[in-house]
Design a protein. Structure first.
Length: 403
């Protein structure tokens, strides 16, 4: 997809968005110039999303929900958080302790969890939030300030991962997909790395844009070449010539860091992703990279830099391997649909006070569990330590054999 074609299907930038995107692009171009005119996609994505004060997640913008760029499961319906609360209560009954949520979005899931856990008599001692986005943290504070005092007083915001291992749960809903990744293209005997270079303009017939970007290949460095060799050797079928995809080498150190924060309990990850053999299927020739801007999804990361989300699906086999290497146990892996149904989603809908509310909740539930919506694309994985009791969320489905 060319830049000009991508722009034609997206809403135009506001003047403020255009100025902000230009500032982010200028920052990336400056680093690119210092690096001989080319950056790995991993570094490009890192700057576009996380550059201090400028990146998509670091600067102020309305990202999540109907008025933002994308919608997450907790924003679709409180049913997600109410089901998740049942799993959290089950774990807290064994471990006690606290909950740490990574990237808490608008704060809606935290509010739902705390309310539901209070009703079940299983409140955590503390509900900690680690949030890199200043504007999202502000939205979270405003929303959670509306909770009863006994609930909101349990909430704290952290600037970094806790130094002392916690007992309880670490929740990561749509976090792993935003880890900067490398991109590669298969050749007969090796791979080439797909990075980003200065663009030649905004598209055919357009005025030259000095802040434009384009994709450009380079020789794969040792770490990427080794990762791709191991990847291709582990797959059941060879990848065709020209096959392009992603590999996230930051997953392992991220899981290690989270593992060091977990004394006894569960690390629960929810994200769109696949086991490795499905992720790198020979027919998935263009990878899984996706960008989101004002509820439009597309595959061109080189436009709207700094004001659009960039993500890639999660290779859950890599997550599982990293967990095992960090002395965690893979205690569950299932689709979001199976996880929510196992935790009583249908019963929550049936408990609605009247037919109008029941119909609304049924519609929300369908969006959470239907295959063509979020039900199959999103997976839930539980990595545990010192918590051997079966997790009810995985009672209906066990996909660990696919990892």
């Amino acid at each position: 997809m060319t830049a000009s074609r991508t722009r034609s299907i997206l809403p135009p930038l506001s003047p403020e968005e255009a100025r902000h995107s230009a500032a982010v692009a200028a920052l990336i171009h400056a680093e690119m110039a210092a690096a001989a005119g080319w950056l790995s996609f991993e570094r490009f994505m890192e700057l576009a999303l996380y550059a201090p004060g400028l990146g998509y997640y670091s600067a102020g913008s309305f990202k999540i929900g109907a008025g933002g760029d994308f919608v997450t499961a907790p924003e679709v319906s409180d049913l997600f958080g109410r089901c998740l609360a049942r799993q959290c209560a089950e774990v807290l009954a064994v471990t006690g302790g606290e909950i740490l949520e990574l990237g808490a979005g608008s704060g809606r899931m935290a509010a739902t969890l705390l309310t539901a856990l209070a009703a079940q008599g299983r409140l955590p001692q503390r509900y900690a939030i680690l949030e890199v986005s200043a504007d999202l943290a502000a939205r979270q504070r405003a929303r959670l300030a509306q909770l009863p005092p006994g609930l909101r007083e349990r909430v704290v915001w952290l600037e970094r991962l806790p130094e002392r291992p916690l007992q309880g749960l670490i929740l990561a809903n749509e976090v792993a997909d935003a880890l900067p990744c490398r991109r590669f293209t298969c050749r007969a005997l090796d791979v080439r790395e797909l990075g980003v270079a200065p663009g030649e303009g905004a598209g055919e017939g357009d005025r030259a844009d000095p802040l434009a970007f384009r994709e450009q290949y380079a020789a794969a460095d040792a770490s990427l070449a080794r990762a791709c060799r191991e990847l291709r050797a582990a797959l059941p079928a060879p990848l065709p010539e020209g096959y392009t995809s992603e590999v996230c080498l930051r997953v392992a150190p991220w899981i290690v860091a989270l593992s060091e924060c977990l004394g006894r309990g569960v690390l629960l990850l929810c994200d769109y992703g696949l086991p490795r053999s499905h992720y790198y299927h020979p027919q998935r020739v263009s990878g899984t990279l996706r960008c989101h801007f004002k509820q439009r999804a597309h595959d061109d990361p080189c436009v709207n830099v700094g004001v659009q989300d960039i993500s890639a699906w999660v290779d859950f086999t890599r997550v599982a391997d990293a967990g095992l290497a960090a002395d965690l146990t893979v205690s569950g892996f299932a689709t979001q649909a199976a996880f929510l149904l196992a935790l009583g989603l249908e019963g929550l809908v049936a408990q609605a006070d009247d037919t109008v509310q029941r119909a609304r909740l049924a519609g929300e539930a369908r969006r959470l569990i239907m295959p063509e919506e979020m039900g199959e694309a999103f997976k839930i994985m539980a990595l545990t330590r010192g918590c051997d009791s079966p997790l009810s969320g995985f009672a209906l489905q066990d996909l660990r054999h696919l990892l």
